[in-house]
Ligand binder design. Structure first.
Ligand code: SAH
Ligand code: SF4
Ligand code: F3S
Length: 461
């Protein structure tokens, strides 16, 4: 019998939004009247959810009359959108915060706000720990924060500020929040709460608006995006993809992150049949040993995972596969680790995001010893990094001579246009051979483990 695993209780952190919190009265900053709209500097770290939240907050700031996304030196308010997935993410946030102490002292009236996953994880203890922190708010429920700013800065606000024109080609759209899985190592369900999906119609409207502004490639986001379910109709991810695919002017559609448990044939068929949906699947496996997967509570076996991959590859032959791996989880044996190594050799992923296990206080796994020594975690990490570098190189070299489609995103410092292929691989073109915003057909000339170099055949759009 498997040991019963804890479920998320209503009282768990993250189930309800945290209330807005501020520095204690008496330690409030003196807010000067600026005589101009205040400027906000937004900074984020962590996953694509935070990228999307960054965009959303910039728009909200513009709506209340702040100048959105200013450079730090020009800013009156700094907002940190944080991540708590591993300890090093939190350390980076504290590092950024330290820089802001000087920034804040340089001009009276400057303020610092924190939101994102660390804000939910630590709550108002952050205000005690960080005396320079002025506001703490929950990005899932930020009306109170904006109302507070409007009352503090009232005389400087002069109606909505236009968002600066954007030449963005790529955008993220959150389609659901939260995660109902309870992987034992993971903090995300505690800081993002239960899954809540947005209606298909609203998402399609967002995509329309983005395409009107020039966006050509959209990535739909959810921590467990393939459990998407329209709150009214129950439509799933394949139906959502079909609805977004039909938005005129959209060239490419991607989605992140799929849980193997919910990756079903209907999804692979949608990927095959819908013209905009790119041949790329991010399917985190985490480990390649059944016992280890059970301790992680991943709800599948290695064979089940391999069967999903076989089905996905049979349906979408050009599929690029990417994954996440954790090494050095509690009690990971050498034999279990070798199972993960074997899995990488068997599947031959295009990209593998490797992480050393980091204990997250309050998770189920935190009750187990973190007993793989750091040096051993690093050895295992480096071993897989090297192995994967060879695999990625072989996979990319196999593309030499093939035709690929590139959406040109930008140019390198030495003037070479580059962008991504439908498989999500970075491809560089000769200087002067394509313009930003173009969709090109090119032939792969050379490759290394990280990118392709290609020659343009023709502009495809
Ligand atoms: N929902 C996605 C992504 C979650 S967080 C998924 O199911 O995969 C992104 C990645 O961070 C995870 O895939 C996992 O590999 C890694 N991760 C999460 N918690 C971690 C921890 N405590 N220590 C190390 N890596 C972790
Ligand atoms: Fe974390 Fe992803 Fe597992 Fe959800 S599915 S608990 S986000 S690793
Ligand atoms: Fe980090 Fe929160 Fe994303 S913990 S990985 S920013 S959901």
């Amino acid at each position: 019998m498997p040991t019963p695993l804890p479920l998320l209780s209503p009282s768990a952190r993250g189930f309800q939004a945290i209330p807005l919190a501020e520095r204690p009265a008496g330690r409030q900053p003196i807010v000067p009247v600026l005589g101009r709209p205040p400027r906000v500097h937004l900074w984020h770290i962590g996953c694509q959810m935070n990228d999307a939240d960054h965009e959303m907050l910039a728009e909200r700031f513009a709506e209340i009359g702040f100048v959105p996304d200013a450079a730090l030196d020009d800013a009156d308010l700094a907002v940190l959108i944080t991540c708590a997935v591993r300890q090093n993410a939190e350390q980076k946030v504290y590092g950024k915060f330290r820089d802001l102490i000087e920034w804040k002292r340089a001009r009276p009236g400057r303020a610092v706000a924190m939101t994102g996953c660390m804000a939910v994880e630590h709550g108002s203890t952050l205000l005690r720990k960080l005396p320079e922190l002025d506001y703490l708010f929950d990005v899932r429920d930020c009306d109170g924060f904006f109302a507070r700013l409007q009352s503090v800065h009232g005389t400087d606000l002069d109606g909505p500020v236009p968002m600066p024109a954007s030449d963005r080609l790529l955008a993220y759209v959150s389609v659901m929040g939260g995660c109902n899985e309870m992987c034992t190592y993971c903090i995300v369900p505690f800081v993002r709460g239960r899954e809540t999906s947005r209606p298909v119609g609203e998402i399609v409207e967002d995509v329309h608006r983005l395409v009107e502004r020039g966006v050509r490639e959209v990535t739909l986001l959810g921590q467990n995006v393939n459990s998407y379910s329209d709150p009214g109709t129950g439509a799933g991810l394949p139906e959502l993809l079909a609805a977004v695919d039909s938005v005129p002017g959209l060239w490419r559609l991607r989605f992140l992150t799929s849980h193997p448990r919910n990756a079903l044939p209907g999804l692979f068929e949608a990927m095959r049949d819908l013209p905009t949906v790119c041949e790329q699947l991010h399917l985190p496996v985490q480990a390649g040993d059944d016992q280890l997967l059970r301790r992680m509570r991943r709800m599948y076996t290695v064979d089940e995972y391999l069967a999903k991959i076989a089905s996905a590859r049979a349906t979408v032959p050009a599929l690029a596969l990417t994954t996440d791996i954790i090494v050095g989880f509690s009690a990971e044996t050498e034999a279990e680790f070798l199972g993960t190594e074997q899995l990488l050799r068997t599947v031959r992923f295009d990209v593998v995001h490797l992480q050393a296990y980091s204990v997250r206080p309050g998770t189920a796994a935190a009750r187990r010893p973190d007993d793989v020594p750091l040096t051993e975690k690093k050895r295992r990490l480096n071993h897989l990094l090297e192995l994967q570098r060879d695999i990625a190189l072989q996979r990319n070299l196999a593309l030499v001579g093939e035709r690929i489609e590139i959406l040109v995103e930008s140019t390198t410092d030495d003037g070479r246009p580059f962008g991504r292929t439908r498989q999500g691989k970075i491809a560089l073109l000769p200087a002067g051979s394509a313009a930003v915003g173009e969709l090109c057909v090119a032939t792969v000339r050379t490759a290394n483990a990280w990118q392709l170099a290609a020659d343009v055949e023709a502009a495809a759009a």
